[in-house]
Ligand binder design. Structure first.
Ligand code: NAD
Ligand code: DAU
Length: 350
């Protein structure tokens, strides 16, 4: 199995590479990543010399490099994680989101199509899996869940770019009958997540006794999934997902943001530093266009593929906090330099 993973130096991509290398012996993983601020080869230190793994630094928008890659390797599967992934950044700088998330996806799709075409059809055993997000469905009220039939209704430049990419992927199935799947997962948490996202940001600020910036009233709800459970789902869809189908991924773990923040404070208070307490919470100006609630209905992937989440939120969050405590050097490296400027820009006048 020759697997092209794009964005594999990021949070979910690096977890996915570990997951796949542990699970399969007859695998070659080619990780193509531009190494933006979010890409970090330190995440993959443990496999950098693994003969089943290769790294290429490149942009998914670079047509020539991508086409050459398909010439060089007989790629069976593409799993496209590469993206600009942070909603707050997309509000400030939308263009790069359209470039990477939309143009990059079509560049990859086209290279795969050209390499995989065989007469009027396609070679056997090939698949393009687009890693999408529940945010393409927009925001829920108090009731109901996102199913695969929920209309697309994205609000942020980030989610709109991801929805656009999904439509292009769908077009490659509808038009060319190319073998594709789209997965739409809820919020992930776990090791190697960049501390611009809620959970690692709050852990890092607690450890540094910095204010904990909670947007709006803190009552927005996200549906949290431990990253390894997401990786397992992607593997299942890659191998057994019905061609052309979308699969939602989520484990019914809805929590308000303030609950998450208080859970982190409480663990650090009890286990690390008793001076860390809820006085650190600072309610700040809300995110523009802030989606109120996400909640996935995972019935389809459970019934068709037998997927279920293995990690309960209560266990996963402790495992995650402990990982950051044991990997302080990783956190220090990613929060020095540019991150300080980012933090200042996003939070100093909030
Ligand atoms: P991340 O920001 O941690 O990682 C993104 C990776 O993509 C980085 O390694 C970065 O260097 C790389 N990249 C960015 N632009 C690139 C380009 N033009 N060419 C090549 N590489 C590029 O993101 P993540 O949280 O790991 O998310 C991965 C994917 O999963 C994204 O597509 C995201 O939309 C989706 N997703 C994320 C979540 C979540 O909770 N984090 C949930 C559902 C879906
Ligand atoms: O739902 C899946 C999506 O989850 C993915 O597609 C995105 O790539 C990923 O970034 C994530 O998006 P969110 O916007 O939900 O994640 P974030 O961690 O940025 O924010 C989670 C919630 O916490 C959200 O309601 C905003 C709030 N928040 C976030 C930050 C960074 C705060 O209150 N304070 C903060 O400082």
């Amino acid at each position: 199995m020759n697997l092209l993973v794009t964005g594999g130096a990021g949070f979910i991509g690096s977890n996915f590479i570990y997951y796949m290398l542990n699970r399969y012996k007859d695998i070659k993983i080619i990780n193509l990543d531009k190494l933006t601020y979010a890409g970090n080869l330190e995440n993959l230190k443990a496999v950098e010399n693994n003969t089943n793994y290769a790294f290429i630094q490149a942009d998914i928008c670079d047509k020539e490099i991508i086409e050459n890659l398909f010439q060089e390797y007989d790629i069976d599967y593409v799993v496209n994680f590469a993206a600009e992934s942070h909603v707050d950044r997309s509000i400030v700088e939308p263009e790069i989101f359209v470039k990477t998330n939309v143009l990059g996806t079509v560049t990859l799709l086209n290279a795969a199509k050209n390499a995989w075409q065989d007469g009027d059809g396609f070679k056997e055993g090939k698949k393009f899996l687009q890693v999408s997000t529940d945010e393409v469905y927009g925001s829920l009220g108090k009731e109901g869940y996102f199913t695969e039939k929920t209309p697309l209704d994205p609000h942020s430049p980030y989610s709109s770019s991801k929805a656009s990419a999904d439509l292009i992927v769908k077009a490659y199935y509808d038009t060319y009958k190319m073998s594709v799947n789209i997965t739409r997962c809820s919020n992930n948490y776990g090791p190697y997540q960049f501390p611009e996202k809620l959970i690692p940001l709050m852990i890092n600020n607690c450890l540094n006794k910095k204010p904990l910036p909670v947007y709006g009233d803190g009552m927005n709800i996200r549906d949290w999934l431990y990253v390894e459970d997401h990786c397992k789902a992607i593997d299942m869809v890659l191998h057994n997902g019905r061609i052309g189908e979308v699969y939602n991924i989520g484990g019914h773990n809805e929590r308000t943001n303030i609950h998450i923040v208080k859970t982190i404070i409480s663990y650090i208070h009890d286990n690390v530093d008793s001076s860390v307490d809820e006085n650190l919470i600072k309610y700040v100006e809300d995110r523009k266009g802030h989606d109120r609630r996400y909640g996935i209905d995972p019935t389809k992937i459970k019934e068709e593929l037998g997927w279920y989440p293995e990690t309960r939120f209560e266990d996963g969050i402790i495992k995650t906090i402990k990982w950051y405590l044991e990997n302080k050097e990783w956190m220090e490296n990613v929060t020095s330099g540019e991150y300080q400027k980012y933090y200042e820009r996003m939070y100093s006048n909030r």
